[in-house]
Design a protein around this ligand. Sequence first.
Ligand code: FES
Length: 319
Amino acid sequence: MTKLNVRVRGIRPASAEVRVLELEAANGTPLPPFTPGSHIDVHLGAGLVRQYSLCNGPADTDRYTIAVKRETDSRGGSAAVHERIKEGDTLEIGAPRNNFELRDTAAHYVLVAGGIGVTPILSMARHLLARGASFELHYFARSIALAAFHDELSAPAFGGRVDFHYALAPEATRAKLRKILWTRRPHAHLYLCGPRPFMDSVEDVASATWPPEAIHVEYFTADQDALAAPRGSFVVKLARSGGDYVVPEELSIAQALAQYGVMVDVSCEQGVCGTCLTGVLGGEPDHRDSFLTDEERRSCDKVMPCVSRARSDVLILDL
Ligand code: FES
């Protein structure tokens, strides 16, 4: 994976609990281009790597902008960004990757964001605005004070394309979503990002009128129900490098292989970022990630070894 050194050019608040970091190349050169919906890996020291969506527009070649929410139950990333990183610091990041691509062919875009899920959606909105494309953005937040980028999205440049929805209880959220998604304009596509219960609601409501191929989602947290499902041990066979290895119930495939000195690239270790994607040549995966599509799951030829397991006694990997 290509790594880059960047300097923290500026830090500012985007809401009462979100901090924005502007990153520029440490050597002053232009940064690699990116497309809306991209994210970067940010190396935060001591092996801590977190993925953050780029929220500026792809026309910016001199900086990447990320926004990080302060989490009370931080696994380390949020605390590092809010408490340790300061202007002028140098960080190592990965080159942008995109698992949430905006199709150029849609006639209209409906962008739906919940909370900090606004970050990739904002990059999309900036890009669509610059292109003069037809779009609307619906932003669900707990309050104005907690709606990151509220002032920017309310500015005349967005020309009233952004609707804010505050402090709605779950049933009121579903009612609002039914109103927004009840009709689908011809060739419209829906893009959504937010906390998992919110995403589940949007997908559920949208599925009544929108075909699956027009619904595009990005998860940034693990599917806790899938992760909590019963686990057993199984054997992983490595087709290219050889060797059979037992994966005990308390370890992931990636963790078990690492114990034997076989390293699989991992990043989020939650099944959301796609870094550890590995080919399957035999056996049946027990998918527990939030990255693969339903069609990819059914094909049984890929697995995310940071979280997924096996339904068969033996899983043969393309490693
Ligand atoms: S490391 Fe992110 S999906 Fe496996």
